[in-house]
Design a protein around this ligand. Structure first.
Ligand code: HEM
Ligand code: HEM
Length: 278
């Protein structure tokens, strides 16, 4: 069966999180504290500690993601667990607060947590809708593979050109220039241009147009070369689309990760302040 972030190992992490949440909700309903439910009751502390452990686990994912040699479990499992435990936080931390909110550092921590969770949902939406993004995250090959396809197309274009015997020298030199210009143009653009996906201003597109018009004006032998450039344009378009998505994802991470760090700082202040005023 095809597995995605959410359904990893037959929804293993969803099931674990469901059991945890059902237990937590039952304890909350059946607990009879002497005061109104809040973070300071026995259950309040327990839920707070569980929430803190989950936050630490979620942040460790960032470290695991970058340690390629780690044998600390498969990244797919980490990501699925990350998503489900991240969502469970909404229930666990909310019950921890006993719905007591105000203008204070405790509520700042809570709001930051909710912002990270909401942004996480957007990230999952992107990964579910654009599968190449996920394979890129999991084995970081997609972009390399796509680049290799372009190189293969270039090699076959030069080969085809080599087999064309009846071209006059001027046309051959012109075609060589076109192929060189296409092959040498950068695949990945400057940061400022990465959201643009239009390939009609590229050297590849120009080469395709020129070869097409040479072919249409009588150079019948250029048919295969012209088709190779059409293929190159399509692949370049795919790569640019993919890079646009990756760029959007890095903007997203620029939100998700710093707010996670802000959350950790606010939580430290929250815990410090509750013990300080104890
Ligand atoms: C994700 C983790 C956590 C979040 C988002 C969070 C958030 C909150 C919020 C919003 C409140 C209500 C504050 C109010 O009454 O105005 C609260 C209360 C409280 N929290 Fe946390 N908390 C977390 C973890 C913890 C941890 C790990 C501890 C202790 C080890 C803790 C201890 C307390 C205590 C003692 C209270 C009651 C404070 C009071 O009534 O004045 N919390 N928490
Ligand atoms: C308080 C809760 C959360 C914290 C502290 C947190 C923190 C993090 C951190 C540190 C990373 C690693 C990013 C990196 O190093 O590049 C990450 C990645 C990610 N998080 Fe969260 N997260 C939280 C909740 C969530 C939730 C609820 C979801 C989904 C519903 C989610 C979805 C993701 C996804 C999809 C990634 C992978 C992104 C990528 O690497 O491209 N997160 N998160």
């Amino acid at each position: 069966m095809h597995q995605n972030i959410l359904s990893q190992s037959k929804y293993l992490y969803f099931k674990i999180v469901c059991v945890l949440c059902v237990v937590v909700i039952a304890l909350y309903i059946f607990e009879e504290p002497r005061v109104a439910p809040n973070g300071g009751t026995f259950l309040g502390y327990t839920l707070g500690v569980i929430a803190l452990l989950i936050v630490i686990f979620l942040i460790i994912f960032g470290i695991r993601k970058r340690s390629y040699k780690s044998n600390l479990g498969d990244l797919k499992h980490w990501l699925s667990a990350h998503v489900w435990f991240g969502l469970a936080l909404v229930i666990i931390a909310t019950l921890h607060t006993g719905f007591q909110f105000g203008f204070n550092i405790h509520t700042v921590a809570y709001v930051l947590m909710m912002l990270v969770v909401v942004s996480g949902i957007w990230g999952v939406y992107m990964y579910l809708n654009y599968p190449p993004l996920l394979s890129d995250l999991l084995n970081s090959k997609t972009i390399v593979q796509q680049g290799e396809v372009l190189i293969a197309i270039d090699q076959s274009a030069y080969q085809i050109l080599g087999t064309l015997r009846d071209l006059d020298e001027a046309t051959r030199v012109r075609i060589e220039d076109l192929l060189n210009a296409a092959a040498n143009e950068p695949i990945i653009l400057q940061w400022s241009d990465r959201l643009k996906t239009d390939v009609t201003k590229t050297k590849t597109y120009f080469a395709m147009q020129e070869l097409e018009s040479l072919f249409l004006t009588g150079e019948v032998s250029l048919r295969n070369l012209s088709l190779a450039m059409v293929k190159r344009v399509n692949h370049l378009q795919q790569i640019r689309d993919f890079i646009q998505l990756k760029t959007l994802m890095s903007f997203w991470l620029l939100f998700h990760v710093p707010i996670s760090i802000g959350l950790l700082a606010a939580l430290t202040a929250h815990i410090f302040s509750v013990f300080y005023y104890w």
